[in-house]
Design a protein around this ligand. Sequence first.
Ligand code: CMP
Length: 137
Amino acid sequence: MLSSFERLLFLRRVSIFQELRDEFLVKLASAMDELSFPNNHTIFEQGEEGRSLYIVVSGRVRVHLGDRDLAFLEKGTFFGEMALFDAEPRSASVTTLEACDCLTLNQLQLIDAIEETPEIAVNVTRALSRRIRELNG
Ligand code: CMP
């Protein structure tokens, strides 16, 4: 568990939140939920309804379609944004590769953050572009 100060320091370094005003980041930090998952735990499965975006605070997760790995994500990265943006089911499953702590943001909180700081949407788009490039090889 992070103290509220540690949570704030951590979020300050997460790339998608870089431009957020201190005041708003403090508000967001206190509203987010922190979840802990054991190793080899499926956080969600492809096809489920998606309600939250997850930020990895510690540990590593794998994004996969059944046995096929799509990506490995670690501290400071995020996942679960796609279902929030397009209101479609989860596009892939996410399973921990070790014990993991995550902070979560619901759809309303994400929209508020983007309205307050539109650069967040640009940062998310940049991360999505990078993921597509990696898929393209
Ligand atoms: P979502 O579709 O909500 O749930 C599954 C998540 O896995 C998705 O959002 C992205 O955050 C992530 N994801 C899906 N495909 C990839 C990929 N090819 N590379 C990295 N992350 C992915």
